[in-house]
Design a protein around this ligand. Sequence first.
Ligand SMILES: [Cu+2]
Length: 343
Amino acid sequence: MIKFNSKLMLTVIVAAVFVALLYFVFPEMIEAQTEETFVTHSGAVIKTTGDILDPVYLPQTVEFDPQKYLREFSYGRVSTLDDGRTLREFTIIAEDDKVMEISPGVFYNVWIFNGTVPGPTIRATEGDVVRVNFINKGSKSHTMHFHGIHQAEMDGVFEIVGSGGRFTYEFEAGPVGVHPYHCHMMPLEEHISHGLYGVYIVDPKEGRPPADEMVMVLNGFDTDFDTENNFYAANTIPFYYQHHPIQIKTNQLIRVYVVNMVEFDPINNLHLHGNLYNYYPTGTDTVPSTFTDMITLSQTERGIMEFEYKYPGKYLFHAHKVEFSEKGWVGIFLVKDSDEMME
Ligand SMILES: [Cu+2]
């Protein structure tokens, strides 16, 4: 039999109660000063330093910075052809053996174009010649299939590029708009869901009005291979832009090129808080088709959103398919007064 020392027990209980009471008397001494509070879409209150919830980017994994990707455009190596047209040359390397930390502690074998998911945002002006030197460094066959207008042999479907192979895609940029590119090997679902996709923007010759431009690829990851996504995001890392709000200015035209690359789920959508946007489906027209705060996109459907915020503050944007936003597809625009912004 164990004999309890009642005097010792009483001392322990008194000490424990005293420590617990301290929390109510001096809560600021116990709570970390760096914490921020977020309210999730379901109303749960989450405290986080932000950084803790991001993947840790171990050295052996793919490094991807959603903040950098957001506003990074690749215009290629530019030269002028004999006929006066602009040639834009890109080199794209496919790999399929890398591991990325999708969410803290969750590692997934990503298949990548130029080292990241999504691959680089390729940008050209209507009528330019786009030349893509494609190198397959993967163990499987891969291709690049661009949405847009081009010759059949440049479609990246029947011209299979085996492991170690190369292919040069060349076509005239068009039509104006925002298009996806992706691998088109079978099983297609597998090659896309592992991450072989990116955005291809064709600007009109006359350009678009100046704006703070950004790219959002809506994607998801099926990390347990049951053909259902476990994570959703705008630009790969779940909840990233909630923990690191996208800073924009009041009365500044914002242009978002949005592309839905989610596999397995037939639809996705995008809802903006405290505002509405002009929406250009596929970006092929210069006149918006609608002024709304909510669009629904099927697989590879895409478009351009344009809006300005009148009032400063924090505004959510997210999938109104609530399951997707609860699993990571949610972000915040932090709108600052134009004169407060440091440039
Ligand atoms: Cu592939």
